[in-house]
Design a protein around this ligand. Structure first.
Ligand SMILES: [Zn+2]
Length: 83
């Protein structure tokens, strides 16, 4: 599946957890590691994705973001920070 190529997982810079990067936007998982919500969910963004347990993209449930993509910086440990 071609879409899988653009999914990227990185350690979160806030405690434990994983950040999912898709098309320049960051997502966090809630309750289940197969359901991902935009990191700006708290700001009202409704974008979300579903993946399999193995991290393969199943569906883009909502692709519209109400904000521009974050500027991301990856440090030498592979952690992703938002600038
Ligand atoms: Zn968003």
């Amino acid at each position: 599946m071609v879409l899988q190529d653009v999914l990227e997982f990185a350690p979160s810079n806030r405690g434990k957890g994983i950040t999912l990067i898709y098309k320049g936007y960051t997502y966090a998982h809630f309750h289940s590691k197969t359901r991902w919500y935009c990191s700006k969910k708290a700001k009202g963004c409704k974008a979300r994705l579903h993946t399999t347990d193995e991290g393969e993209l199943v569906a883009v449930v909502e692709s519209y973001h109400n904000h521009p993509p974050p500027r991301l910086f990856r440090d030498s440990d592979g952690r992703v920070h938002r600038l």
